[in-house]
Design a protein around this ligand. Structure first.
Ligand code: AMP
Ligand code: MG
Length: 438
């Protein structure tokens, strides 16, 4: 569903927490007229991108957002010596002196103020999570006790030591200690830390405003009955779903027919309201592939087109600046497999980068069977993944008909990247693996 955007926002230039490639830019003269490599495309994109601005949101709305501040402990954790069992709290010195029976002088509950031990050989009953009396340094579990007539007797053979059953004050962290750094995605565990230190509002990266634009006269909506020469539109839904599951939910969707004027009008109107524009189809060399022309006439500055990869060779990337604000345009080939693969290989990492996330660690999987691919281009090969009992990840290539064969690809878990420099890929060799977003 279309989501309306906030008005224009400035794009922040500096964002020091990311660790994206910082290789020197490739001169435009080198790339404008040739097919570039996957690595060059990746580098050109990474250099061009700029960080999104930040905003403050309620902790209730912060799920999935990227933190842009350091979160520090507001007090020690735990804030007091806390009992880890239900039992009795006592001074271990009394046990060292040979005592095994202790008069109970009070009951310490979680949430009640700290009690004190009335005498060196006394004890208090204590519940899990309650603060220990200052004089106590040992908790004996209720299972190891015989309690009768206000006295607790420790059962013979109970192994005890000083500190037994005690979660000491500040043993998890000290007040002021940094707990979370900028650049982390706020999931359940990070939000539990924020809640525990009383951060009801958090500084996070703005959500990128994303426009998804499909093109093509042959495409009809999902609920339409296609004529024999038409097909239902699926790329926009696939893109939108993968983006949402990666945390990028601020999307609008458009469809344009194969008409130069309409393409120019829609492109121009979308540019000013989007941080990222993802176009699908209409980008290759067909007679009605109007996007390259429309993008350039709308003032989008092309960074590159044509990448030595399969699928996805026609990939087009550029940027557009208005009022010192930059938006980025990824025009992906319309074939569903090309479109989906390019989203994962280029667009999702770009979104992570502008949101301030560090580069994700590369995953690898071993080829399960020998594979040959002669053309001197990078192959993104959809694979079935298996994890064996030795902890190894195996990738079984799944043959697919063409880059239009989205049905075979739906059975795979992701793709491996077979480098341009090789043509014989031996079983057992590890290659980069990227999982599909669910
Ligand atoms: P194009 O890149 O426009 O030449 O399209 C290549 C192929 O992808 C054509 O067969 C299109 O019908 C198909 N295609 C393009 N866009 C979509 C879409 N949104 N959903 C499904 N198929 C598409
Ligand atoms: Mg088309």
């Amino acid at each position: 569903m279309a989501i309306e955007h906030a008005s224009q926002r400035p794009i922040e230039k500096a964002f020091p927490q990311t660790n994206h490639p910082v290789l020197p830019p490739i001169p435009a003269s080198l790339i404008n007229h040739r097919v570039i490599t996957v690595e060059e495309a990746e580098q050109l994109i990474a250099h061009s991108l700029e960080s999104l601005p930040s905003e403050t949101v309620s902790i209730e709305d912060a799920r999935g957002r990227v933190l842009r501040e350091t979160l520090r402990a507001d007090r020690n954790a735990p804030p007091f010596n806390r009992s880890t069992f239900d039992g009795i709290a006592l001074s271990y010195a009394a046990i060292e002196q040979g005592h095994s029976e202790f008069p109970i002088t009070g009951t310490a509950f979680a949430g009640s103020p700290k009690l004190s031990l009335d005498a060196p050989n006394a004890c208090v009953e204590i519940m899990t999570g309650a603060p220990l009396p200052d004089q106590a340094d040992c908790v004996v579990k209720v299972e190891d006790l015989d309690i009768a007539n206000g006295t607790a007797r420790i059962l013979e053979g109970t192994p005890l030591s000083r500190g037994h059953g005690v979660h000491p004050e500040s043993s998890d962290c000290q007040s002021g200690q940094s707990l979370l750094k900028p650049g982390c995605r706020l999931t359940a565990k990070e939000l539990s830390i924020a809640a525990s230190i009383g951060k009801s509002e958090l500084l996070v990266s703005s959500l990128p405003r994303i426009s998804i634009v499909t093109t093509g006269d042959e495409l009809v909506p999902v609920d339409a009955q296609p004529l024999s020469h038409q097909i239902r539109r699926s790329n926009d839904l696939a893109l939108n779903t993968a983006l949402a599951s990666a945390g990028y939910t601020q999307t609008r969707r458009f469809h344009i027919v194969d008409d130069l004027k309409e393409t120019e009008t829609v492109v121009a109107s979308i540019l000013e309201q989007s941080d990222i524009i993802i176009l699908a189809g209409g980008i290759s060399k067909g007679k009605r592939d109007f996007l390259p022309e429309a993008l350039e006439s709308a003032g989008v500055s092309k960074s590159f087109q044509w990448v030595a990869q399969r699928p996805g060779k026609p990939l087009w990337f550029g940027d557009y600046t208005i009022n010192d604000r930059k938006s980025f345009v990824f025009a992906l080939p319309g074939n569903p497999v090309s479109c989906f693969t390019c989203l994962h290989r280029y667009v999702l990492p770009a979104l992570d980068q502008i949101s301030g996330l560090p580069t994700q660690a590369t995953q690898y999987a071993k080829l399960k069977s020998d594979f040959q691919f002669k053309p001197p281009i990078t192959l993104f090969l959809p694979v079935l993944i298996e994890h064996d009992t030795d902890g190894q990840t195996w990738a079984e290539p799944l043959p697919f008909n063409t880059s239009g064969d989205y049905i075979s690809v739906a059975r795979t878990q992701g793709f491996i990247e077979l480098p341009q420099s090789e043509s014989n890929f031996a079983s057992g060799t590890a290659y980069k693996f990227r999982p599909w977003q669910s």
